[in-house]
Design a binder for this molecule. Sequence first.
Ligand code: SD4
Length: 334
Amino acid sequence: MKRRNFIKNAALTSAGLAIGNSLTNCADSESKDNKSDVAVSTNKLPLVIATWHVKNATTKAMEILQAGGTALDAVEQGCRVEEADINNSSVGKGGLPDRDGNVTLDACIMDKYGNCGSVVYLQNITHAVSVARKVMEDTPHVMLAGEGAKQFAMSKGFQPEDLLTEASKEAWEKWKIEAKYKPIINIENHDTIGMLAIDKNGDISGACTTSGLAYKMGGRVGDSPIIGSGLFVDNEIGACVATGLGEEVVKTVGSFLVVELMRQGKSPQQACEEAIRRIVSKPNSNYKDFQVGYIAVNKKGETGSYAIHQWFSMTKFQDGVNEQNQSDYYIKKQ
Ligand code: SD4
């Protein structure tokens, strides 16, 4: 790419504000090859986005990124903030249990190399995302489940704890009176946490952690620990993470779909919208009764988010601003 074109493009795009990083990237790309238009419009890095309203989590992640840490460390540490928060009833400690009263966690993590690790049906360990990272880094496997995952975590020094808080137990006991299973749309405005980050080097990582759907069947696993469904990262293209009714995300391999759509040239916003359309346009879809939301980022640092229902939101920390943005959504009139 010619420097003259870079300057022209930078002036034409709002992304051109990110001169510092873009120039560095531009110089790099010129020296290596001649094809990286990505450098033209790189938005200001680093950046982190997360599902729902989780400003404490994005603050933590941004601290790491600003200090020159990796996107991988940032997403892990960001997710841990929500896992430790007992007021978040859909993640880690304090997560709502399954119908038998057991809190079971799903989580995964994926790095810039496409390495990934996940845990499913993990009990008694708060920081499922960190166990997922250990699976990625310290085992030849991608996924560990149930008792095996717990034993592995303990062998790595994680301490077992009771994850069912008084508040979650009370809610479960109330639920048991009628014991009607119904996916809840937009639990409390902060739900499964999915986080994507780009570090100062322009490398992308992502993570996702959840206690899954409240009052699910014993043994049920959702989309969140399934690579390609709940999360997918391709460091050349971008990344996506999902929240909502995991079964619907799995059926469309949602996060992988979003990344592939970006590969074909769609913006993160367009890709999220198309992935939601795949769900709602299925014959006999009962999409009015459940929520799915996606957030995505591409290599340029552009972001998008979209959901079926209103009130899904994305927290974004970039260029000194940590803000929660309401997502656009499919069902405009109920
Ligand atoms: C799951 N996707 O287990 C998760 C839960 C979730 O909004 O995101 N709920 O299906």
